[in-house]
Design a binder for this molecule. Structure first.
Ligand code: SAH
Length: 296
């Protein structure tokens, strides 16, 4: 059905819009036919499918909103030569390693990682490794990004805080699974680059800030989920305080050269901690992170 376009159309993208409003069947999506002569324009809806090719931010969309709000994103999906590489990445590196949450897998399949890395690393964007993003920092290995995202068990309505924006990739993944993402980056140059990436690709429900994320972001607290993307010597107290009742936080905690992901669940004013994958992140600097003189 999908590979036989009607006369006059070229089927260049299968776009599945998953509505994440309460009561929607989670696997149900509306598929649109797109026309190559006006990339990004949705020509007509052609049916329902279980296959999720593109998942929109879950803050409710009418058909019309879809074209307006996601044009840059659709443009990047149409003619995207990396679609197959991304699908293979999700299968081999993520699904096969035990991550089964379909929403997380769909998000990973739909964020163009190659658009976030420096041009010289585009060809490596879907490999099983972290990559340099400038300023001595790295974008996490895809599996780690997926494992951290899955651990947060996002339902679609949360306000999420990310510490350590880097190039903005992880924030983009989170933005497909939550209502709103605030992300804080220490380095101004990276924050600017991430903001530019997210704008260009149409991730509109992400707000990038620059500063010491070890202090959290009290202004918009509490958060349903917090993801710390840099290694902390201990769980930063302000982040625990800014976590909502029932909220979850995932953070790499440990020594400078080796950490474990800790999953924190807050209940009332206390929290429980569960040790997950071992990992190696760049250090979290700042008041509740490492001090420059403590680092090797
Ligand atoms: N999530 C990112 C990768 C993060 S790398 C992505 O998807 O690309 C870790 C980032 O944390 C680095 O960019 C580093 O500059 C930043 N960082 C370190 N200490 C920080 C702090 N106190 N507040 C905010 N960001 C910090």
């Amino acid at each position: 059905m999908w590979n036989t376009p009607a006369p006059g159309y070229s089927l260049v993208a299968r776009v599945t819009v998953r509505r994440c409003n309460p009561g929607d069947a989670p696997e149900l999506g509306l598929v649109f036919r797109c026309d190559r002569t006006s990339p990004g324009a949705i020509v007509e809806g052609i049916g329902y499918t279980k296959h999720i090719a593109l998942m929109l931010p879950p803050n409710g969309h009418s058909g019309r909103d879809v074209t307006d709000a996601t044009r840059p994103w659709l443009d990047s999906m149409i003619d995207d030569p990396y679609v197959e590489l991304r699908r293979a990445m999700v299968d081999a590196q993520i699904r096969r390693r035990g991550i089964a949450d379909e929403r997380v897998l769909a998000a990973m399949e739909n964020v163009p990682r190659h658009e976030f890395v420096p041009p010289q690393y585009k060809s490596k964007a879907y490999q099983d490794e972290p990559l340099p993003i400038g300023g001595g920092q790295t974008i996490s290995q895809p599996y780690i990004a997926a494992a951290m995202t899955a651990a947060l068990r996002l339902g679609g309505r949360e306000t999420v805080l990310e510490i350590g924006t880097g190039c903005g990739y992880q924030a983009a993944v989170l933005s497909l699974l939550a209502q709103k993402v605030f992300t804080v980056e220490w380095r101004a140059e990276l924050a600017r680059g991430a903001e530019e990436n997210l704008q260009r690709l149409g991730f509109r429900n992400v707000q990038v800030g620059c500063g010491d994320g070890s202090l959290g972001l009290a202004e918009f607290a509490p958060y349903g989920a917090i993801l710390v993307a840099a290694a902390a010597p201990a769980l930063p107290a302000p982040l625990l305080e800014q976590l909502d009742e029932g909220g979850r936080m995932i953070a790499p905690v440990g020594r400078e050269e080796h950490q474990h992901l800790l999953l924190v669940t807050k209940t009332g004013s206390t929290w429980s901690t569960e040790k997950r994958d071992s990992c190696r992140f760049v250090p979290l600097l700042g008041q509740h992170g490492w001090k420059p003189w403590e680092l090797l």
